[in-house]
Design a protein around this ligand. Structure first.
Ligand SMILES: [Zn+2]
Length: 231
């Protein structure tokens, strides 16, 4: 039982992956790589609109995430539907991520950096931590989950993790040719960015990604802290 995908993006909320990795994801899918998204929470707290009902917001944000993923060429989006702002570092959540890693057998996993200091959404911190732990050692070890083994889910060794939002980036990815599609994917998240991503906001993003490319011979980058799993 395997549905192999080279890249698994594990994101706390609908729209985080677009800020963190969409330009790189688009480049990967153009190169023929299979990229899948795991969206941990349902995003049901993400609004300033007092008339918005949480259930309606969940429905809208799923559609927005699916539209963005389609634009980027992401093969599949899996929604785990944990409540927004309520992620915890639990054995059940970790096991679910291990299960998915063993099904899809990614070489690369992308997720938020759990070690960003101070103001960092708790769901981001916990998603990054759970993912790191799931990759190493839980997805790798035979005896970690005998019941998963019984279901035919063999251990899997992920090759690398890329963390977005890192204060300590050590890896840059050229998104000069895919910045426009990243912006288009962000525009799909209308409940978050409004009917129209403002020109000021777009310019702010361009400057941010220019800064991430500083010292490189291209204009725009997404920056990550990359950890190679050697064990
Ligand atoms: Zn988020």
């Amino acid at each position: 039982m395997t549905k192999k995908a080279q890249v698994m993006v594990i994101t706390p909320h609908p729209d985080d992956a677009e800020y963190g990795v969409a330009g790189t994801a688009a480049r990967w899918t153009r190169q023929g790589k299979d990229v899948i998204y795991i969206v941990c929470t349902n995003g049901d707290k993400g609004t300033n609109d007092v008339s918005m009902k949480p259930d309606e917001l969940v429905r809208i944000r799923e559609q927005e995430q699916l539209a963005a993923a389609k634009l980027l060429g992401v093969r599949e989006v899996i929604f785990l539907h944990y409540p927004d702002q309520a992620l915890e570092d639990t054995p059940e959540f970790r096991k679910e991520i291990v299960r998915l890693i063993r099904i899809y057998k990614p070489e690369t996993v992308v997720t938020p950096d759990p070690y960003r200091r101070y103001v960092w959404h708790r769901d981001h911190r916990i998603t990054g931590q759970i993912t790191l732990d799931a990759v190493f050692p839980y997805a790798r070890d035979f005896l970690a989950y005998p019941d998963l083994l019984e279901q035919g889910l063999q251990p899997h060794k992920v090759r690398e993790i890329l963390f977005w939002g890192s204060e300590d980036p050590n890896c840059r990815s050229n998104i000069t040719d895919t910045f426009d599609i990243k912006i288009a994917a962000l525009r799909c998240h209308r409940s978050q960015v409004g009917d129209k991503l403002s020109p000021e906001r777009e310019e702010w993003l361009r400057e941010r990604h220019k800064k991430m490319a500083e010292g490189e011979d291209y204009e725009l980058a997404e920056a990550f802290h990359r950890v190679e799993i050697q064990w």
